[in-house]
Design a protein around this ligand. Structure first.
Ligand SMILES: [Zn+2]
Length: 268
């Protein structure tokens, strides 16, 4: 385990998001490396400071009922959806909104319980989890997958082998396309979790750079066009289509990732 890897995964490790063997490797490295141990201490100090110093306010009863009403309204299924492509909020905006409402709910709950000054560590940890943006989480999962032996649970370059492997494990049908003509070699797939939901990662590579394509059900049900982003130095392309969210994450440059996303979206 190198210092760079350790530092990239430090937050995910402290949040308990890594698999046990990767966590042990990081723990071992931190035990022997003064630099990484110092970084860990700084992160823990920051966390403690935030927990102790962040102000918390009680929500008045009117706000609480307004939030609950809005949540109920949001849970009503849409009556009808036009077939034309009206672009609604993308999956990460929808998830961010869901996280925001859960934070408000958590604050309201704390206010109601009168635990404003000293919330328990468990409550803080839960709120931290909700606040962690989906994109950060995907990068953490990508980095963790690279050092874990379990990057691929079903190794195959044949989509007709991978698709049946998903059967019985998930209740949706991920897209698995052969993109070898475009230079992307299919390596295989594994089970994943994104925002607490069951997900899959279909793994490709180009010039020895792995690409994780995360796929999981879309709660908003709206299609959204591909958005390209750089998150902690990693290239990410994300979109929603056909009731599924897609996010491709890799350390390839943005141009290659854009080609990958376009190849996946191209009509068959
Ligand atoms: Zn180190």
């Amino acid at each position: 385990m190198s210092c760079i890897r350790t530092q990239q995964m430090m937050d995910a490790w402290l949040d308990g998001e890594l698999d046990p063997s990767t966590g042990e490797e990081i723990s071992h490295h931190v035990g022997q490396c003064a630099d990484c141990a110092a970084l860990k201490a700084r992160r823990e100090q920051l966390r403690a400071t935030l927990q102790a110093a962040a102000p918390r306010y009680a929500a008045p009863p009117a706000l609480r009922s307004a939030v609950l009403n809005q949540l109920q309204a949001a849970q009503q299924p849409p009556v009808a959806r036009p077939l034309t492509t009206s672009r609604g909020p993308s999956w990460w905006q929808a998830t961010a909104m869901a996280a925001a409402t859960s934070i408000v709910t958590a604050l309201v709950t704390w206010g109601t319980l009168g635990k404003l000054s000293a919330p328990s560590g468990e409550q803080v940890a839960l709120a931290d989890q909700d606040r962690r943006p989906v994109r950060e989480q995907l990068v953490a999962r990508h980095v963790a997958s690279l050092s874990a032996p379990s990057l691929i649970e079903v190794p195959s370059s044949d989509s007709h082998v991978i698709k049946p492997w998903f059967q019985g494990k998930i209740d949706f049908a991920p897209v698995v396309r052969d993109l070898s003509a475009q230079g992307f070699t299919l390596l295989g797939a594994r089970m994943e979790r994104v925002s607490g939901q069951r997900a899959v990662a279909v793994v490709y590579k180009i010039r020895e750079h792995p690409i994780n394509l995360f796929v999981w059900p879309d709660i908003s049900g709206r299609d959204s066009g591909a958005e390209l982003a750089t998150v902690r130095g990693f290239s990410m392309g994300s979109w929603a289509a056909g009731g599924l969210n897609f996010a491709a994450v890799s350390d390839v440059d943005a141009h290659d990732l854009e080609r990958f996303v376009m190849a996946l979206q191209a009509p068959r």
